[in-house]
Design a protein around this ligand. Structure first.
Ligand SMILES: Nc1nc2c(ncn2[C@@H]2O[C@H](COP(=O)(O)OP(=O)(O)OP(=O)(O)O)[C@@H](O)[C@H]2O)c(=O)[nH]1
Ligand SMILES: [Mg+2]
Length: 241
């Protein structure tokens, strides 16, 4: 729990997006913006109608100054004025029906809340397949992070799901620096190192609606491995200068 337990916290929705016009058309009508005290988007210089569509849904849209998913997430933090905020990606993978639960947990004072695709009751995009390389890699990285950095029973089951919320104070304590796709994993590692409780609930991952992925699996896995190495070298409780 965060400092002022019992107080009702204010929460922002931060939509993180790059070239997702089909996803936005399909997903944003199902997002209840009234759940949040503030809503905006951070766009990665989309070349399709993403920005225009988001403005049509009443969102302020900020262009990220540096490239990369992590850079977009850091830019989002600069515009948050509420106690906590939620990252949401309207490409079809994330279920807008999870947003009330995320907002409620943050309002109740939970410092870091992750929708997990890997726990009991959840569904991952590879479930139902015989070979699940992405899920297996994800679970192995989670195991490594828990063994290396977890303490006091705090643990992760899903290191990379982008649907998550965090209090502003917990986020600032994490001193995050990843500019690329490793940002989500760095958040989890820093929460483990700092003993910031990770609250998870099961989610069902949907299929991407349109467009293509921004991240190929093998380079993504290697980047995550390098991050794990760097975080290990920084010390089991170290979060950098
Ligand atoms: N602002 C911003 N958003 C990004 C950037 N890269 C990816 N995104 C968004 O982040 C979300 C996650 O990227 P995806 O390409 O869907 O990654 P993924 O979910 O692992 O891959 P899929 O299984 O294909 O959906 C999507 O909503 C993207 O539009 C970026 O550099 N800047
Ligand atoms: Mg996706």
């Amino acid at each position: 729990m965060d400092e002022r337990v019992g107080d009702r916290k204010t929460v922002t929705l931060a939509v993180i997006v790059r070239n997702e016009e089909e996803g936005i058309r399909a997903v944003m009508p199902r997002v209840d913006l009234s759940l949040f005290d503030d809503c905006f988007a951070v766009d990665g210089h989309s070349t399709d109608r993403t920005v225009e569509l988001l403005r049509g849904f009443g969102l302020r849209v900020y262009a990220q100054p540096e490239p990369g998913l992590g850079a977009a997430n850091l830019e989002a933090r600069r515009h948050v004025r509420t106690d906590a905020f939620v990252y949401f990606h309207p490409d079809g993978n994330e279920d807008p029906a999870d947003l009330p639960r995320l907002a409620a947990l943050l309002r109740a004072g939970h410092a870091f809340v992750v929708a997990s695709r890997m726990m009991r009751g959840a569904r991952n995009e590879e479930d139902g397949q015989l070979f699940r390389p992405r899920k297996t890699a994800n679970l192995l990285f989670a195991l490594a992070a828990n063994l290396l950095f977890g303490h006091g029973g705090n643990r992760t089951t899903d290191i990379t799901n982008g649907l998550r919320g965090v209090s502003r104070s917990a986020f600032d304590r994490m001193r995050l620096s990843s500019r690329d796709l490793t940002f989500d994993f760095q958040m989890v590692i820093r929460a483990l190192k700092l003993g910031i409780p990770i609250t998870e609930f099961p989610t069902r991952e949907g299929a991407r609606v349109g467009g293509g992925t921004h991240f190929a699996s093998i380079p993504a896995g290697l980047a995550v491995l390098r991050l794990l190495w760097r975080e290990g070298r920084m010390g089991l409780r170290g979060v950098g200068p």
